[in-house]
Design a protein around this ligand. Structure first.
Ligand SMILES: *[C@@H]1O[C@H](CO)[C@@H](O)[C@H](O)[C@H]1NC(C)=O
Ligand SMILES: *[C@@H]1O[C@H](CO)[C@@H](O)[C@H](O)[C@H]1NC(C)=O
Ligand SMILES: *[C@@H]1O[C@H](CO)[C@@H](O)[C@H](O)[C@H]1NC(C)=O
Ligand SMILES: *[C@@H]1O[C@H](CO)[C@@H](O)[C@H](O)[C@H]1NC(C)=O
Length: 635
């Protein structure tokens, strides 16, 4: 109790999270919260790295013993949670946790479900990044699509469109191989039952959710142009609408075969052979050799310390972890600020990061060590801070961008924590909405267009006029640069959050803003996710801000004052009529006694080991972004 009072005094803003009731309202007309970020910044970020951090981030102390409570887009439980961007898939994941499954078992079932009910964004024809943490270990699974053996850097020379539409834009899918590899290492339940719910949805039909309905409508010409897509997403010449039932019986059959025979059925068996035949017919170059030689890359997750937390994320070809860290390192250097200025500084830091990230690429093909070290370096953050002026913004050249930016999109992210606090953070993608715009009729599998995430020499004619990044040119077996940013966040070895997003280049900015809302502003998890966000692409030199009504009717609003403030600094602003990225978040909060023990461990220093005898099991709050029609589920 004494600590609570102390915490209240230390909190000089109205963002008090301690002792409030647990009811979380989806009050989305929040002025962009970075205002406060600055305000708190006057005392320096470091004050949040001491033991008040956990006190402040805690909420719902008095109802801590409840098993779980549904709060709409958020849910609480001590036993395990799943936050996917579709409620059916969260529930399917949670059902395997209830059966005693590991977070990875739930991840397999959730991924397969999302691939069926949100087919515009993911599927077994795509690829993913997956972080698993168990105890003090965190591993990174890179199951990203890979350039086929017949690919070359000039393959789109005569037809630039073929890079993003049609079977030639397809990378070799990694999804099933990666899921299987993670399951082999961590799974506790048998493989086959994990497929059952997804097979049932594909075979017996599933209701088209509003978000999918909107995607179908937006991309209706793409759908009607392709025989495979047409057969699944339209009826009598009309595309499906929200509430209609959608079937993909061939996909159900493919999933059934893989559930019985394992991923070999896809990578060296009948499912793969049918897919390769279809791809060939449609003008693609992927062969059985490509499928047979696909390898999942498993490494230690990249671990970086920021603001007293340890971030566990993907190494390149993801630009997410290093990009995130670079921006936070810059912002952490500010000690005094005022209102919307923080937003300006965030935007400027992001512009520098976007420029720097184009020096990254697949580490198995290009040496990106120097680029990574540069982006993670504190002295470099100091240098960049000096180049950020509080009175103005600059044209793109100022940020030392040598290479043109990529546009990627069409993803899905979910977070899972199980009863033992094993954790999965996974982002899965087919790149564009409905990937390559072609679906293999004989397998029901949607083709990704991940090849578009590579840079090609002839893209010099893009509107930005900057040359393309050579580190990201196409080579056989190479993996393209990605913005996907699945993260697991710990403090003193205890899990505090799982976080990630979908939405292409916007992902890194969204994940940074949710992190700041959560850990600097101490917003409640739902508010942290729901607050309006800003985005920048460096080129064009425009700040885009969210100000729209989400699919569930909530208004996600940006303040006029913030807009005016930024315009005075010379930013050009543009309103977004829909969300830029979708974020799923799980936060673990602890009881006071636990926080003290965790903090005590920290004060003794890393080398002065008190043996960690137990994993603390705090209250888990899971949030699915209200921008999409997802819902979390609890055990
Ligand atoms: C593919 O399957 C054949 C048997 O059909 C087997 O001999 C071969 O080793 C398999 N290749 C790989 C890479 O698994
Ligand atoms: C990559 O570059 C770094 C820094 O220049 C160097 O130390 C390292 O040996 C290089 N790695 C490889 C595999 O060439
Ligand atoms: C911004 O401030 C710097 C000095 O800190 C000054 O040199 C520059 O002229 C100012 N720019 C604008 C646009 O006011
Ligand atoms: C946000 O949207 C509301 C309602 O459409 C509008 O009245 C307001 O001016 C917008 N705000 C900004 C900053 O664009």
């Amino acid at each position: 109790m004494g600590h609570k009072i102390l915490a209240d005094h230390l909190l000089e803003t109205n963002q008090i999270t301690v002792g409030e009731t647990k009811k979380q309202r989806t009050n989305l007309t929040i002025t962009l919260s970075l205002v406060l970020f600055l305000f708190l910044g006057t005392t320096g970020f470091y004050c949040f790295s001491d033991n008040i951090t956990l006190w402040l981030s805690r909420h719902a102390t008095n109802s801590h013993s409840l098993s779980h409570e549904n709060l709409g887009d958020a849910i609480e439980s001590e036993n395990g949670v799943v936050a996917a961007d579709d409620g059916r898939c969260s529930e399917i994941g949670a059902s395997f946790l209830r059966k005693g499954g590991h977070a990875v078992d739930a991840a397999v079932a959730t991924t397969l479900c999302v691939g069926v009910v949100n087919p515009m964004a993911s599927g077994i024809g795509g690829g993913s990044f997956l972080i698993v943490s168990q105890g003090s270990k965190a591993e990174a699974f890179d199951m990203r699509e890979t350039a086929p053996l017949a690919a070359s850097k000039d393959m789109y020379k005569n037809d630039a469109n073929a890079k993003s539409i049609g079977a030639l834009s397809m990378g070799v899918p990694g999804e099933l191989a990666g899921l299987h590899e993670a399951w082999k290492r961590y799974g506790r339940l048998p493989w086959k039952p994990l497929f059952k719910p997804a097979i049932k949805l594909a075979r017996d039909g599933f209701i088209v959710a509003p978000y999918l309905g909107r995607a179908i409508s937006t991309h209706s010409s793409k759908i009607l142009n392709d025989k495979g897509l047409r057969s699944i997403f339209s009826r009598n010449g009309q595309v499906l609408k929200p509430g209609d039932t959608c079937y993909n019986r061939e996909l159900a059959r493919s999933l059934g075969t893989v559930s019985e025979l394992g991923p070999e059925a896809f990578y060296n068996g009948t499912v793969g052979e049918k897919l390769v035949d279809d791809v060939k017919t449609m003008g693609g170059v992927m062969t059985m050799d490509d499928l047979r030689s696909y390898r999942v890359r498993v490494t230690d997750a990249m671990a970086v310390d920021v603001m007293g937390y340890t971030i566990h994320g993907m190494p390149p070809p993801s630009s997410g972890t290093v990009g995130f860290t670079m921006v936070i390192n810059i912002l952490e250097l500010y000690t005094a600020s005022g209102h919307d200025l923080g937003l300006h500084r965030l935007i400027e830091a992001m512009k520098h990061m976007l420029a720097a990230r184009m020096d990254l690429g697949d580490p198995e093909f290009v040496n990106v060590t120097n680029s990574i070290n540069q982006m993670l370096s504190k002295p470099n953050a100091e240098e960049i801070r000096k180049r950020i002026l509080d009175n103005t913004t600059f044209p793109p050249e100022y940020y030392l961008s040598r290479w043109s930016q990529l546009r990627d999109q069409g993803t899905s992210h979910f977070c899972i924590v199980d009863g033992n606090r094993n954790t999965v953070s996974m982002t899965t993608t087919v790149n564009y909405p409905f990937g390559a715009g072609v679906l293999s009729p004989s397998t029901g599998i949607l083709l990704n267009n991940e090849m578009d995430d590579f840079s090609v020499p002839e893209s010099i004619t893009t509107p930005d006029h900057l040359p393309p990044a050579p580190t990201n040119f196409i080579e056989p077996n190479k993996r393209p640069l990605s913005s996907m940013t699945p993260l697991v966040i710990t403090k003193e070895g205890e899990l505090v959050a799982v976080l990630g997003g979908s939405g292409g280049t916007n992902i890194i900015a969204a994940v940074i803003q949710v992190f700041l809302n959560c850990f600097v502003l101490k917003m409640k998890p739902l508010e942290a996710v729901a607050s309006a966000r800003v985005y920048h692409k460096l080129v064009p030199n425009v700040v885009r801000y969210e100000n729209f009504t989400a699919i569930n009717g909530d208004h996600i609003g940006f303040s006029k004052d913030s807009k005016m403030f930024l315009e005075e600094k010379g930013h050009e602003l543009e309103e977004m009529s829909s969300g830029g990225a979708i974020v799923q978040l799980i936060v673990q909060s602890f009881k006071e006694e636990e926080e003290m023990v965790i903090d005590f461990g920290r004060r003794l220093g890393k080398d002065n080991t008190i043996k960690k005898t137990k994993t603390f099991k705090g209250l888990l709050t899971a949030v699915s972004d209200p921008r999409k029609d997802g819902k979390p589920a609890a055990v």
